[in-house]
Design a protein. Structure first.
Length: 431
């Protein structure tokens, strides 16, 4: 049985939620392996809209096990609110349908305060564009070996010791920022109050997933954000605080890399980005405005307007390589309907030199000028298309040319937010 990893191949917001939901019908387990509730996935099922941030996209499908892996950082208060909201929409969530890894780090209120304070203090051009939800500071505590993890909620003595260790770091830091010291007893009381609501979902995810794999069950690994926000291979420092590329799926839940059979990258038919950082193909003209309006480019989590630009094949070649993608899903093809001419970035010019990749240094990235190829657009509608025969000839040519430029086949094409409006070329779960 195939186990499939789904990752965003650009700067996030590629439409992973719909595709994970579409694929989850074929899966037995859906596992989140990195990120936090700074990423939002929107699902549209039978006209009903579900907005998920912490929960795996598979929770809306009955009979599936959804997993939050140890590579995620978890705000327990947000999670409980999200569970309550989804339950109000008629979705049953129980410890039988949702499991949280025991070694998942918890996002505390102090993490969000620190996150927002740093962003507010940053000068123009150095702001990261963080959502301010504490994801970065929580990951810092994890690698600093002072995180409070889900399992710590089960033992009051251990919990108090973990809080003390965390505050040894945070209180001096807060003092330097002009904040009051954390009320130790109040924080411990908050965590003790939340413990009985979270602990029923806790379990040895690594053990359960390895047992499921050996039993021949299909596992779908769900990433958040996009590969260009990866802490190592993204446009640093304007990145997230975790590894986003497909290799993180193994360490983010506790299975071996040999358990991954197929990597599917989700890619918009154009490019968008939220927040600060390099964006070589960004459009600040009428075409960019048109892409944003037609694509409804506002963040699920923050509502912030997304920056829009032409498709960047050079960047996608990079993410196909760093995640070892077997195929891509091209989303929002319908947003390009009506453009007479489309542009595709095939490389960059930097200080008189031609590059077929984006350099690592942020200063060099900012100086890169895109090299474009122009292709004919199409006037016909692609919205709702479910087969190649439903697409205009120039739309098919556009998709095929993208395949040639990135060196990776298109496995699926999405033509609307509705899950059934999908053209299947290759089933990632095929044996």
């Amino acid at each position: 049985m195939a186990n499939v990893v789904v990752v965003g191949a650009q700067w996030g917001d590629e439409g992973k939620g719909k595709i994970v939901d579409w694929l989850s019908e074929r899966a037995d387990v859906i596992a989140r392996f990195q990120g936090g509730h700074n990423a939002g996935h929107t699902l549209v099922i039978d006209g009903k809209v579900y907005k998920l941030h912490a929960l795996p996209s598979g929770v809306v499908r009955g009979g599936k096990l959804s997993v939050i892996g140890n590579g995620v950082v978890l705000d327990p208060w947000h999670l409980l609110n999200e569970i309550a909201t989804i339950r109000e929409q008629g979705v049953e969530i129980t410890p039988e349908t949702l499991m949280i890894a025991e070694n998942t780090p918890l996002i505390l209120p102090i993490h969000g305060e620190l996150d927002r304070a740093r962003e507010e203090a940053a000068t123009k051009g150095t702001k990261i564009g963080t959502t301010g939800r504490g994801i970065g500071p929580c990951y810092e505590d994890k690698v600093g070996r002072r995180a409070i993890r889900v399992m710590d909620l089960a033992d009051p003595d251990t919990l108090a010791a973990r809080v003390d260790r965390a505050l040894q770091h945070h209180n001096p830091l807060r003092k330097g920022l002009g904040f009051e010291e954390v009320d130790r007893e109040a924080l411990i009381a908050q965590l003790k109050e939340i413990a009985p609501k979270i602990l029923p979902f806790a379990g040895p995810v690594w053990k359960v997933l390895n047992e499921k794999r050996k039993a021949g069950k299909r596992i779908l690994f769900e990433g958040a954000q996009g590969a260009l926000l990866d802490i190592d291979f993204g446009t640093y420092p304007f990145v997230t605080s975790s590894n986003v590329i497909a290799g993180q799926a193994a360490t983010g839940v506790g299975i071996g890399p040999g358990s991954i059979d197929y990597v599917l990258g989700i890619v918009k038919a154009y490019t968008t980005r939220v927040g600060e950082g390099p964006f070589p193909t960004e459009l600040l003209d009428a075409d960019g405005q048109r892409l944003g309006e037609r694509g409804h480019e506002f963040g699920t989590t923050t509502g912030r307007k997304r920056r829009c630009g032409w498709f960047d094949a050079a960047l996608l070649r990079q993410t196909c390589a760093t995640s070892g993608m077997n195929g891509i899903c091209l989303t929002k093809l319908d947003v390009l309907d009506g453009f007479e001419t489309l542009k595709i970035c095939v490389g960059y010019e930097l200080d008189g030199e031609t590059l077929d990749y984006l350099p690592t240094a942020a200063e060099a990235q900012a100086r890169c000028t895109p090299i474009y190829e122009e292709v004919e657009g199409w006037s016909e509608s692609t919205e709702g298309a479910r087969s190649w025969n439903d697409l205009p000839a120039n739309a098919v040519k556009y998709v095929r040319h993208i395949e040639e430029l990135i060196g990776c086949p298109v496995a699926l094409v999405s033509t609307s937010p509705e899950r059934e409006d999908t053209i299947l070329v290759t089933d990632p779960f095929s044996d």
